[in-house]
Design a protein around this ligand. Structure first.
Ligand SMILES: [Zn+2]
Length: 352
């Protein structure tokens, strides 16, 4: 009876939290760039920095030949930056195959990073898109996109630099792209849940917090290395935020059982948040004290540990649930968690 009451309270509380968090705060991203953030370089400086082809497209508004760009067919997870100045413009889930010969996107990362201007060259009226920060020519935007936005950002591949999600580390995060490492028991479960949350760019399963280098799954399973099974989540701050990531975390595992999730026991299954900076620690601390007060009666055992290293787990652990949905563990343990998550966060799921 006590547990039913607890679950009901958690449900109610989570619903209350969600209703406050449907629109993630966009503090750092919604202001357009002002002039002091813009880059002004002479032609000579641009020529020294860029290749001849990049200079032709970015600075002279040239167009690369269709079907020749290196990023045209790229389907990797990650972020597309301006090749002139590094401004983050698109993420992989905005890209689609338009068959037009140039990388195409249906939306941009918010924050006024792309400027639109009417272009009357070549006897046509088109809308040119340029990088707001450096003025570099990207391509054009059209109203014939096949997705719900109706937009097609048609971008020269050479105007872009691609950073794969696994290369986005704690050291080069920005206001737009951030990452967090956390453990809520078996990483197969945690990974499957976050893969579904809108704004999450990538999730990798791995190990953190232990005392040997490059541990294997077998090492970690002994419980003697002090590693936790964790996920590294890279996310787009314009579509979700750390607060929401933590709310999903607390709503989908039990933070009150020490070194245990269901039948999984051992310190490798501990509930843990590895914070990479003071801001992450503060957001976690404040949510935990709120939940302790309102829902858990001070019973939360989740540890806050400083992040030092993430070791990616063996390949067969990545996307385990989606590759093994019919296995008994997935059906009996993971599927119910997914269903709970889908119900609680139904407005925040990625569009299929
Ligand atoms: Zn730029």
């Amino acid at each position: 009876m006590f547990y039913i009451k607890l679950n009901l309270m958690l449900l109610l509380f989570t619903v209350a939290l969600i209703s406050c968090s449907q629109t993630p705060t966009l503090k750092n991203n919604e202001q357009n760039l002002n002039d002091s953030n813009m880059i002004h370089k002479t032609d000579a400086e641009w020529k020294a920095q860029l290749s001849n082809e990049q200079y032709y497209v970015l600075r002279e508004k040239g167009t690369e030949r269709p079907f020749t760009g290196a990023l045209l067919m790229n389907k990797e997870k990650g972020v597309y930056k301006c090749a002139g100045c590094g401004a983050e413009l698109f993420t992989d889930n905005m890209k689609f195959d338009s068959h037009c010969g140039w990388p195409s996107f249906d939306k941009e990362i918010a924050g006024g990073k792309i400027t639109q201007t009417t272009d009357r060259s070549h006897g046509m009226v088109r809308t040119e898109i340029t990088c707001t920060k450096c003025g570099g020519h990207l391509g054009h935007i059209f109203d014939d996109g096949p997705t719900e936005t109706g937009k097609r950002y048609c971008v020269n591949s050479i105007s872009l630099e691609f950073v794969p999600a696994n290369k986005i580390s704690e050291s080069n995060v920005t206001n737009t792209i951030d990452s967090i490492v956390l453990g809520g028991g078996c990483f197969w479960c945690t990974e499957a849940i976050y893969e579904m949350l809108d704004g999450v760019i990538s999730v990798e399963s791995g190990y953190s917090g232990g005392n040997i280098k490059k541990p294997s799954y077998r090492d970690v399973c002994t419980g003697n290395t002090n590693h936790a099974e964790v996920v590294k989540i890279v996310f787009d701050n314009t579509k979700t935020n750390l607060d929401e990531i933590f709310k999903v975390f607390f709503a989908t595992h039990n933070p009150t059982t020490l070194n245990q999730q269901g039948a999984d026991r051992g310190s490798q299954y501990r509930s843990v948040i590895f914070y990479a900076n003071e801001k992450q620690k503060e957001i976690a601390t404040s949510l935990i004290s709120e939940l302790n007060k309102n829902v858990y009666d001070n019973k939360i055992v989740t540890t806050l540990e400083p992040f030092s290293q993430f070791y990616k787990a063996e390949d067969y652990h990545q996307n385990y649930y989606s590759s093994n949905t019919e296995k008994p563990y997935c059906k009996s343990v993971i599927t119910p968690k997914i269903e709970k998550f889908e119900k609680l966060f139904k407005d925040r799921l990625k569009k299929k």
